[in-house]
Ligand binder design. Structure first.
Ligand SMILES: [Zn+2]
Length: 272
């Protein structure tokens, strides 16, 4: 069984002491590919460096998370414009809107988001998107681009059934994290995850964040790692009433197709 973790924040400083072991443990656990999330210009550059050191295993995105949108000026835009041309880059983002934490004013979040969608279009890259408590504005920005919008994945989807329907109608892909393993706030995802068609569903850990709450035995630290992706996959497979091997096969293929990973993935022909 092979899996792709489409959202791992492996440049996070909590991995500084043992990053190579974390990567090796993930590969050992069947997580043969990881897409490293770039959440600001500096970390995007580091993600490119990591991808270059692990060709065929690590890939990178480059973007500015909505939390950092107030730092997004013309200089940042030009930096991203350059980083997005580097080998190993497979998507623009993480970008989007976050009105839950509100670390940046809404207007700067929308501007930074809009500018990054333009960059994705310019570079012919798919979009790695973040949305929290900002669904209407998020759709408004994306709908502005109409048919020019590149393929998009809404990462770490935690929203309602109506939000999911709006994304599926627009053809977006959906990333599911260990949030679904949280009996307090992930219950609704168990209900909805079966509606995501094979080929549009991808899996991620969002590590070091979102350690699955139901791991047995509990790890000694709260730091999440890509090696826990099979646990997320098992939960998603159970919720979909699908064999784990089948879920692994179509989510792995969906990630290869979406991010155009080498060797080119074969499109999953099955129907969910
Ligand atoms: Zn995010």
């Amino acid at each position: 069984m092979q899996l792709t973790d489409i959202g791992a924040n492996l440049t996070h400083d909590s991995f500084d002491a043992d990053r190579e072991e974390v990567i090796a443990r993930a590969v050992e656990a069947g997580v043969s590919r990881m897409v490293i999330t770039g959440a600001d210009a500096d970390h995007s550059r580091r993600a490119v460096g990591l991808a270059a050191a692990h060709p065929g295993v690590l890939y990178a995105t480059a973007g500015v998370h909505p939390h950092h949108a107030s730092d997004f000026g013309p200089g940042t835009r030009d930096e991203l414009d350059d980083i997005l041309t580097r080998p190993g880059i497979v998507a623009a983002g993480e970008c989007g809107l976050d009105y839950f934490r509100n670390f940046s004013p809404h207007a700067s979040q929308r501007d930074a988001f809009h500018a990054q969608v333009e960059l994705a279009i310019k570079h012919g890259l798919p979009l790695f998107l973040h949305q929290r408590d900002a669904h209407p504005d998020f759709l408004a920005v994306l709908d502005d681009f109409g048919a020019d919008l590149p393929p998009a994945v809404v990462h770490c989807f935690t929203g309602s059934g109506e939000e999911l329907d709006a994304y599926l109608e627009r053809g977006y892909c959906i990333g599911i994290t260990g949030w679904i393993c949280d009996e307090r706030r992930g219950r609704h995802l168990l209900e909805h995850v079966g509606r995501i068609p094979a080929g549009r569903l991808m899996l991620e850990t969002d590590s070091p964040y979102l350690l699955p709450r139901d791991l047995e035995p509990r790890p000694r630290t709260r730091r999440n790692e890509p090696m826990w992706l099979p646990h997320v996959a098992a939960t998603v497979a159970r919720a979909r009433g699908e064999a784990l091997e089948r879920l692994a096969a179509h989510t792995h293929a969906a990630a290869a197709d979406f991010f155009r990973l080498e060797p080119a993935g074969t499109a999953y022909a099955g129907v969910s």
